[in-house]
Write a protein that binds this ligand. Structure first.
Ligand code: 5GP
Length: 188
């Protein structure tokens, strides 16, 4: 896809990348959020079409077969997440596009976009802190928590393969560092 500026925030679940993504969108009104498709259930505070497009497994599969997805991953068992090509095409007409996706998806987007993509890895200060945050969030059952922590180990090992690492120790400092890196990327 030519001439599209894509910014990807990736991280293990619980590192705070969604919070940082929301803050970036507040601070940069020109930035467009890429709403992903997923087969997981909506949480009570989530809205279809805003946070995700919540699809059935059949519908998601139909989209895959149709070639509608730029990338997709089975992030957790039976839970598919993916970036819709149409979403990037439509949103990039309005401004740079922000993606909040998992580490494998981020690797695939970097391969597809090369220098047109900035991929930032949001790291927790420590694994213990990641676990505390996930528990504090209270959105996961025990099984989902175990899946997320197991996956986090593997994801943390890939931090240095991306364009930059932002350690989310103190939120406002992490937001500022993310904004600085995005501005630098967009002006280069
Ligand atoms: P959650 O269920 O906590 O909203 O998201 C779980 C993980 O899936 C997060 O790491 C999130 O960034 C990732 N994710 C969300 N959308 C996509 C997507 O379109 N593609 C990929 N590969 N991962 C995604």
């Amino acid at each position: 896809m030519p001439d599209q500026n894509v910014v990807v925030l990736t991280a293990p679940s619980g590192a705070g990348k969604t919070t940082i993504a929301h803050r970036v969108l507040e601070e940069m009104p020109e930035m467009q959020f890429s709403v992903s498709a997923t087969t997981r259930d909506a949480r009570s505070d989530e809205t279809d079409g805003e946070d995700y497009y919540f699809l059935s497994l059949d519908e998601f599969q139909r989209r895959i077969d149709h070639g509608d997805l730029l990338e997709y991953e089975e992030v957790y068992p039976d839970q598919l997440y993916g970036t819709l090509r149409s979403e990037i095409e439509t949103k990039s007409k309005e401004g740079p596009v922000l993606l909040d996706i998992d580490v494998d998806g981020a690797t695939n987007v970097k391969e597809a976009f090369g220098d047109d993509a900035l991929v930032l890895f949001v790291a927790p200060p420590s694994k213990e802190e990641l676990q505390n945050r996930l528990q504090g969030r209270g959105t996961e059952d025990d099984r989902s928590m175990a899946d997320r922590l197991a996956r986090a180990d593997r994801e943390l090992e890939k931090a240095d393969t991306f364009d930059g690492v932002v350690v989310n120790d103190e939120l406002e400092a992490a937001v500022q560092e993310t904004l600085d890196r995005i501005h630098q990327f967009l002006s280069s």
